[in-house]
Design a binder for this molecule. Structure first.
Ligand SMILES: NC(=O)NC(NC(N)=O)C(=O)[O-]
Ligand SMILES: [Zn+2]
Ligand SMILES: [Zn+2]
Length: 519
């Protein structure tokens, strides 16, 4: 059977023999996810441009290509597009001891993530001004093992910076409707949101929200409603996860989302996005809004799909994040929404929300601290295991592919890696305006390829957590699915056997080309 070439347009046939002056590298397998479908494939990447130049729907022999062409048939391992993790906190400059570009992007490459998009807070300065973005970019230069994009922040008083940030190439914006945890990134009010929407209404960008908000009924003082405790305050022992969970109920999320949706008419063409959706209670209102034509999507995170409140041990603050990990039933509901056909669901993307800190800020009790971390034990004995005092954020960049594969295959017989590609590659790329270059194996796309062993297993331990601080709720868990190799724009940057391409050094690019006009 003649090999069938996939070309961008049927009218432009792919030349089967790439001219020898164009250096190429060839990756083939009996299983590859191409244009969202599992198929046999031979992928040809130009090593000068880093782009995929042709794809054949069969495994061609090496003899098909000019002598000396680098070629490998990986069958039966699966070739996937590199993951695009659209929610990562790389806290450099300013809090590099929490996470930096070098360590964060190596952890990403280890797990098949070839693009990360950096959140606008936790570095100092935050990315709320063009100057702040410039400092981020300067700090990132020469340090990135995968490609890195940047979000801008929406905070009170910075509406005059937003268009400038769009021009400088931010992939989108995030604002908080509740305290962010860091002083330099205050929450916005409804009028700040309205201002941001009117500034950005015609820009090619995405406006995203940390959608938790204290409903006014519980915030008001002196009304008829009796409240046993003020919002966010603990109503029980501080080291019980249930106390923390009770302090951030689903109504915080539904209230915030209702507020955002009530303002959506101010920017009808601007894509809106809810980051790290946890509460299933918010799904119906988002569904209804979408049915009415509101351009809103949501993401959820690996942790909401794999961890559950009932299992969090006393004092195990590694599980603290905001919004919180909820009960098993909630987790099941998120999966139900996610697996809807053809991306019809409200939740279209899954991201890490990798938001680390130094282990001392997690206030982990000594019995939960690994021996190797003993030197990082917190000084404040009394605060150990306090879910309210501990930093909120979960470390998992680079573990997501294996987490979803482990969970998905446990839940659904016949669970396909195509689904993971939809949520973590194609749709995340679209969310940040990279759908023409990232998130798919196709002609003209960047040659970002993951060699995935879907049968392998590994234990999450110090040697497999490459982020800076080895403190994660996944520690000691066994995950199914191992990334054997990660390729970035036609070059192998990571290999599970031999490690990183240290001689070549970091080749990640900074994705600062402004987003193209919306279709
Ligand atoms: N300051 C933070 O990093 N916050 C993050 N923390 C979480 N998710 O617990 C977030 O994205 O909101
Ligand atoms: Zn957030
Ligand atoms: Zn975050």
């Amino acid at each position: 059977m003649a090999p069938h070439a996939i070309t961008p347009r049927p009218s432009s046939p792919t030349t089967l023999h790439t001219p020898s002056q164009q250096p190429i590298t060839v990756l083939a397998s009996s299983r590859a996810v191409v244009s969202g479908r599992l198929t046999e494939a031979t992928i040809v990447i130009s090593t000068s441009t880093g782009k995929i130049t042709s794809i054949f729907h069969s495994v061609l022999p090496s003899t098909y290509f000019p002598p000396g062409t680098p070629y490998k048939d990986y069958s039966p391992l699966i070739l996937l597009p590199g993951l695009v993790d659209a929610h990562v906190h790389l806290n450099e400059p300013g809090r590099t001891e929490w996470e930096g570009f070098w360590t964060g992007t190596r952890a990403a490459a280890f797990g098949g993530v070839t693009t990360v998009v950096d959140m606008p807070l936790n570095a100092i300065p935050p990315t709320t001004t063009v100057q702040g973005l410039k400092e981020k970019v300067a700090a990132a230069q020469g340090q990135c093992w995968v490609d890195v994009g940047f979000y801008g922040g929406v905070v009170p008083g910075n509406s005059g910076e937003l268009k400038g940030l769009v021009q400088e190439g931010v992939r989108g914006f995030k604002g908080f409707l509740i305290d962010s945890g860091v002083d330099e990134f205050p929450a916005v009010s409804s009028s700040d949101i309205a201002l941001a929407m009117s500034e950005l209404k015609d820009s090619s960008t995405t406006l995203m929200f940390h959608a938790e908000m204290i409903p006014p009924i519980t915030a008001s003082v002196g009304d008829d409603v009796q409240h046993s405790h003020p919002p966010l305050a603990p109503s029980g022992p501080l080291n019980l996860y249930s106390t923390f969970l009770d302090s951030r109920p689903p109504s915080f999320e539904t209230y915030a989302i209702a507020e955002i949706l009530s303002l959506a008419h101010l920017a009808p063409n601007l894509p809106l996005h809810i980051v790290h959706l946890s509460a299933v209670e918010a799904i119906p209102m988002l569904r209804e809004a979408r049915a009415k034509g509101v351009n809103v999507t949501a993401e959820t995170c690996f942790h909401y799909l794999s961890l559950e409140a009932e299992q969090v041990r006393e004092g195990d603050t590694r599980h603290k994040c905001c919004p919180p990990i909820r009960e098993r039933k909630n987790r099941d509901g998120l999966w139900d929404e996610l697996v809807q056909d053809e991306g019809l669901g409200v939740i279209q993307t899954v991201v890490s929300d990798h938001s680390p800190c130094t282990p001392n800020l997690k206030l982990l009790p000594s019995e939960l601290v690994g021996k190797k971390d003993a030197q990082n034990e917190p000084e404040a004995e009394a605060e150990k295991g306090d879910f309210f005092a501990a930093w909120g954020g979960i470390s998992s960049v680079g573990l997501g592919l294996s987490i979803l594969w482990t969970e998905g295959t446990k839940r659904y017989p016949g669970f396909s890696v195509e689904e993971v590609v939809r949520w973590c590659c194609k749709n995340t790329a679209k969310q940040v305006g990279l759908e023409r270059v990232k998130g798919d194996l196709g002609v003209g796309f960047d040659g970002d390829v993951v060699v995935f062993d879907d049968e392998g297993n590994f234990v999450v331990e110090h040697s497999t957590m490459l982020f800076r601080n080895k403190c994660s709720p996944y520690e000691n868990k066994t995950l199914k699915g191992v990334v054997r190799e990660t390729w970035l724009r036609g070059q192998k940057v990571f290999d599970r056997e031999n490690g990183f391409a240290e001689k070549m050094g970091p080749t990640g690019g900074l994705l600062l080309e402004p987003r193209k006009a919306r279709a």
